[in-house]
Write a protein that binds this ligand. Structure first.
Ligand SMILES: *Cc1c(COP(=O)(O)O)cnc(C)c1O
Length: 391
């Protein structure tokens, strides 16, 4: 059987360019140090900002939910798969985000897809930052709305796009709150100001900001003091929250509409009890243990300073996401391989996740790392960086 040659040739090309990758299985729980190939290494690639993936309170909540409610839900939310705990989580998220209402989807990815694809028609326009996440791009692809892309965080270009789209019924500006590959924060105050001037809606995807920025990790909207001025807030339960899922928080009308029209919500089975219960516990932990976020930011400052002192190009990051930009795709991957050999897991990221020529190793410190972990990691970065002549 030889019918996949059309794919194989592309893969061969990737192997030649040094961009073909194997998956890297973990043999331990997700933590500051993880076991890979039988060896304990420092984890700098997860989105586990606060260490909640293996927090004792989340483990206990998940176990108790399995004992009381079983392993699965047996239905989509709209037929027979809404449990009281699903409603409980949504109430907690709405309270947390200071919105009227919220709705949980299977993932952050399907949240963006579901929201964008369902609320817009051919009479509308969506205006999107050029570096928005793939799930926003795919959501836009599924709408019949007109599309405009503005230059990354460029408010002059956003205003141009708004001026060019005065004839549409609804205009939606959509942006990542924190950009996942560079770690910079969207200029939300400027975006909101323009949206109010041109009567547009604002949708912010706070996947990398929830649990990280704002009071108790409420996200970029709260961080900038813009509560009540951003119409649609998307978040994920899979990153700082430590479990799985996505949600949209906003006015009741939006949520009621999505319950009837959000296709991933309608046509895909609801979260198992363990997932939902662990998410509920995670929101409580965010409120009860603000020291986790403080530690995350202390570690962030320490690690960023260390990398800058060593002379690495870390771009314009303002958050715990710190890229070490090396440019060449194959170099990024060999840098990552060398780091792993010396005891640090930091993935190389190349095209199509970032633009050609902007390949990087991306790091994310967590609240769980000790200063010793980070000092050791910096030594490894120095050694590997010098060997590959990156510094
Ligand atoms: C990770 C990410 C998502 C997807 O979230 P999942 O819950 O992992 O599906 C969406 N948007 C942005 C900006 C992200 O970084």
């Amino acid at each position: 059987m030889n019918s996949f040659e059309f794919l194989q040739s592309e893969l061969e090309e990737m192997k030649k360019e040094g961009t073909f990758r194997q998956l890297t299985p973990l043999e331990s729980d997700q933590s500051a140090r993880v076991v890979i190939n039988g060896k304990k290494v420092i984890q700098l690639s997860s989105n586990n900002y606060l260490g909640l993936t293996s927090h004792p309170r989340l483990r206990t909540a998940a176990l108790k939910a399995v004992e009381n409610y079983g392993a699965g839900t047996g239905s989509v939310r709209t037929i027979a798969g809404t449990f009281t705990m699903h409603k409980d989580l949504e109430e907690k998220l709405a309270q947390f985000k200071h919105t009227e209402s919220s709705l949980v989807f299977q993932s952050g990815f399907t949240t963006n897809q579901g929201v964008l694809s369902s609320i817009l028609t051919s009479e509308d326009v969506v205006i999107s930052d050029e570096l928005n996440h793939a799930s926003i791009i795919d959501g836009i692809r599924l709408t019949k709305a007109a599309r405009k892309v503005y230059k990354h965080v460029d408010m002059f270009d956003l205003e141009r796009a708004l001026k060019e789209s005065e004839n549409y019924r609804v205009r939606v500006i959509v942006t990542d709150g924190v950009f996942s590959m560079d770690g910079n924060i969207a200029p939300l105050p400027g975006i909101v100001e323009l949206a109010e001037k041109y009567d547009a809606l604002v949708m912010v995807d706070d996947a990398h900001a929830s649990g990280v920025l704002g009071e108790n990790g409420r996200g970029t909207v709260n961080h900038f003091g813009l509560d009540g001025r951003v119409h649609i807030q998307v978040g994920t339960l899979s990153k700082a929250i430590g479990v799985l899922g996505g949600y949209v928080a906003g006015p009741r009308t939006l949520i009621d509409y999505l319950i009837h029209k959000g296709r991933p919500f309608l046509f895909s089975t609801s979260h198992p009890p363990a997932v939902t219960a662990a998410c509920i516990e995670a929101i409580k932990v965010l409120v009860d243990e603000p020291q986790l976020i403080n530690r995350l930011w202390e570690n962030t400052r320490f690690f960023k300073d260390g990398l800058a002192k060593l002379g690495f190009n870390t771009g314009n990051s303002e958050t715990p996401i710190t890229p070490i930009i090396v440019g060449d795709e194959a170099l990024a991957h060999s840098f990552s391989d060398k780091l792993l050999e010396y005891g640090v897991f930091a993935q190389g990221i190349a095209f199509p996740t970032v633009a050609k020529g902007h390949a990087r190793v991306r790091t994310i410190v967590t609240a769980e790392h000790s200063i010793e972990d980070l000092e050791e990691a910096l030594n490894v970065f120095e050694k590997a960086g010098k060997e590959l002549k990156i510094i």
